[in-house]
Every structure is written in structure tokens, then in C-alpha cells.
Design a protein around this ligand. Structure first.
Ligand SMILES: [Mn+2]
Length: 418
């Protein structure tokens, strides 16, 4: 008896985790067999996150740290560039990627159909991943620029999963979550090298960002510095390096004050070959006029880098940004313009300058940023769909109110005839 009483607890301990339900288990369910629940059953039960559940990735996309996972091919990668040591006013955009990811939480595959575009970019031909962030030093901007350029080149050199299907899809596409606007320079360096030609830039911004580095006041300008590389000069540097297609690029949403007492900044900008669309132009020509001006300039074949500074939106709607300027476009106007230019041949894009420390509690700026990324992604996917010959069925906006108005008119005619 003695030996039984001492040996039983030991055998119980060994058996417990494998075959005995714990006191705390839900008595309505049997423990799963040791062979495990089939994977498809697990996925059916647990795969879909709510907007508020799950680890924060962009739109609940699968996170793969693409830079260190070369064996995981993808077609479109969302990648963070948490870098903000090249700003001229409020710092904080290094926290942009995580704020935009958090604000994208209500974008899901199961409710991702874009009614304006007629497709669900999360349930279509491309493998879309959240590629994580590029680890970028906050201490040394020359090194940071090198790191970002290297990272873009590494990812663009990968063979996409859907290689040549659509036919033009020979390189993966990246949408970068900034970060301050300077991150566009390494992106353009890598794109120019990858595509072997200067890239046209479609630049939504309150500011020019083509400023000569010397236009920032400094008594120390002759001292060797890294100060040429800032969030207001990166397109000047890119132009100097021949990365930007001179004559086919566009600024949209401008309302910046200019330097000095003349139009020198505009003249400098013209030399770099940008068309300028002012924020106020929308009052004269409307959303459709802005769309026409962009499409007339850029066409549908030329490779385009789409760079969206969130400060193009009025700071009343998107206050969480580094250099706010009153008098901007509404979020709806920007979305309308982005939908209207979906025919562009986008080879890359960014959404920059979301600085959540200055955002409202309702995260309006980050929400707008996440929506802009969704619209850009939609355009990339939709163009690929068309290239693959797959049909997109579109319902024009206003269809229902037009139908209601027609029914009302018909009823009135019927009454008049009585
Ligand atoms: Mn900018």
C-alpha cells in the first residue's frame, strides 16, 4: 500500500497534461486529440481578426520581415521607413508607420472591397505583405540614407511571386510608410537603377520639396555637412542626380510660402521640370480638372513614383504632421483625385509625414494616411487586373440617387397625366 500511495501521484503528474482534462477546462468540450485539430478547421475558427484584435500590421496583412526573408516572394510590399531626423519643424514621423498600421485596423480582407474602384485589393492577384520596417539609424543621416537605399535595392531586386503575370510585373512594388519626406530620395535612387530610366514623380504636398539646400539659412554653409539631405530638398538632390523625369513630373496641392521677395523658388522648381497644381486650383477646376491636368501630363505608360505628403490635406482634418499649412484639400477631395488617376503606371509610392504626437485622439491623420495607402494599393492591383484581362465591374457613384430621381420624375409624369 505504501508503495502505491507514493507512486500514484508521480504517474498522475506524467499523465495529466496529455490525457486528463484540467479542473479549469470547459466541461462542454473534450480536449483535442493528440494528433491535433485539422489546420483548415483551425483556420475556419481562428483565422479572421476583428478590427481591434491581432498584432498591428497594415490591414492585418501577414507580416514577413522581407529584408531578411528572401525565400518569401511577394508582389506588393508595405514597408515602414521610421526616419525623421531630416525634418525642418516638428519631429515625430518616425512613429508614423506604427500609427498608420494601427489606423488601418478596420481594413480587412473580408471587408476590403473598394466600392469606388470595383475591386478588393486584398483578395486579388497579388501577394501583398506587410514587410515590416527598415531599421534606420537616428544618429547619422548619411548612414540612414545609405541604409534606406540598400534596403530598397535589395527588395526591388527580388523576383515577384506573380512574375510577368500581369506582363509588366517584373519587379515587386513597394509602398512606403514614412517617415519624413526625405525617404523619397533613396526610393527614387533604387527605382531609377531598377527600371534603368528617370522616374516621373507625382508629388502631393503643401510644399515644393525641390528647394536648393542653400535656401535654408546658414552661416555655416561652406562647412561640410549632411544638410543637403532634408525633407524639403530631397527632390532637388534627386533632380541633380538625374533620377526624376524632367518635364513629366507634377506637384499637387501646393500652398507653401516662398523664400525671399520674388518667384525664385518657382523658377528653381521649373528648372527641375515640375508642373505645379496649387491647392486653390481645385476651386476653379474641381476634382476632375485636377485629375485631367495630372493625366494629361503623365499619361498611362511612363513609370511614376507617387509620393503623398499627408500635409496636402488641410491641418483641420490632418493635424498630425511635421509642417502643417492651412488651406489644404479635404480627405474626400484627395481620395477622389487618387481614384481618378488610377490609370497611372505606378512603380512605387509612399505616404509620408504622419507624426502621431500632433494628431487628435481620433487619429484622423493616421486614418487618412491608411486610407491613402489603401487607394494607392487599389490602383496598383486594378491596373494589374486589367493587364491580365480580368474584368472590373464598376458602379458609377451617384447611381442610386440618379435612379431615385428618375423614379420620382416618372411618378410626377404619371400624376400630371391623370
Ligand atoms: Mn513634403
Amino acid at each position: 500500500m505504501l508503495s502505491f500511495s507514493t507512486s500514484l501521484p508521480l504517474s498522475l503528474l506524467l499523465l495529466l497534461p496529455f490525457s486528463w482534462a484540467s479542473f479549469y477546462d470547459n466541461p462542454e468540450f473534450d480536449l483535442p486529440p493528440e494528433s491535433g485539430t485539422p489546420l483548415d478547421e483551425l483556420k475556419a475558427k481562428w483565422d479572421t481578426d476583428w478590427g481591434f484584435s491581432g498584432i498591428s500590421t497594415f490591414a492585418h496583412l501577414r507580416h514577413v520581415k522581407c529584408l531578411t526573408t528572401p525565400y518569401e516572394p511577394f508582389d506588393i510590399g508595405i514597408i515602414g521607413a521610421p526616419f525623421d531626423t531630416a525634418v525642418s519643424y516638428r519631429p515625430g514621423a518616425r512613429f508614423g508607420p506604427r500609427a498608420i498600421r494601427a489606423a488601418s485596423a478596420r481594413q480587412t480582407t473580408f471587408r476590403g472591397f473598394n466600392h469606388r474602384a470595383g475591386i478588393n485589393p486584398y483578395a486579388s492577384w497579388p501577394a501583398v505583405l506587410d514587410c515590416g520596417d527598415i531599421p534606420i539609424t537616428p544618429f547619422d543621416n548619411a548612414l540612414a540614407l545609405h541604409q534606406m537605399t540598400s534596403a530598397y535595392l535589395e527588395l526591388l531586386s527580388r523576383r515577384p511571386l506573380s512574375y510577368t503575370n500581369p506582363p509588366s510585373h517584373k519587379h515587386p512594388k513597394l509602398i512606403t510608410l514614412g517617415g519624413d519626406h526625405s525617404i523619397a530620395l533613396p526610393a527614387l535612387r533604387a527605382l531609377e537603377k531598377t527600371y534603368g530610366q528617370p522616374i516621373a514623380v507625382l508629388h502631393f504636398d503643401a510644399h515644393l520639396d525641390t528647394w536648393h539646400p542653400g535656401s535654408y539659412p546658414s552661416a555655416w554653409a561652406n562647412t561640410p555637412t549632411q544638410a543637403d539631405f532634408t525633407h524639403g530638398t530631397m527632390f532637388w538632390v534627386a533632380s541633380e542626380e538625374g533620377l526624376i523625369a524632367n518635364g513629366s513630373s507634377v506637384h499637387a496641392g501646393l500652398r507653401t510660402r516662398l523664400g525671399g521677395a520674388d518667384w525664385g523658388d518657382y523658377e528653381n522648381d521649373e528648372n527641375q521640370g515640375f508642373l505645379r497644381i496649387e491647392a486653390d486650383d481645385i476651386d476653379a477646376v474641381g476634382v476632375s480638372g485636377i485629375i485631367d491636368a495630372i493625366m494629361d501630363r503623365m499619361g498611362t505608360e511612363r513609370p511614376v513614383y507617387l509620393s503623398v505628403d499627408i500635409d496636402v490635406i488641410d491641418p483641420g482634418l490632418a493635424p498630425g504632421t511635421g509642417t502643417p499649412e492651412p488651406g489644404g484639400w479635404t480627405t474626400r477631395e484627395l481620395i477622389g483625385i487618387l481614384r481618378g488617376i488610377e490609370g497611372l503606371n505606378l512603380v512605387g509610392a509612399d505616404l509620408v509625414e504622419v507624426a502621431p504626437a500632433y494628431d487628435g485622439n481620433g487619429e484622423g491623420t493616421a486614418l487618412a494616411g491608411a486610407q491613402v495607402v489603401y487607394e494607392i494599393l487599389t490602383s496598383m492591383v486594378k491596373r494589374g487586373l486589367k493587364e491580365r484581362g480580368e474584368e472590373v465591374v464598376l458602379q458609377k457613384p451617384g447611381k442610386h440617387i440618379a435612379a431615385a430621381a428618375a423614379a420620382k420624375a416618372k411618378a410626377k409624369t404619371a400624376r400630371d397625366e391623370l
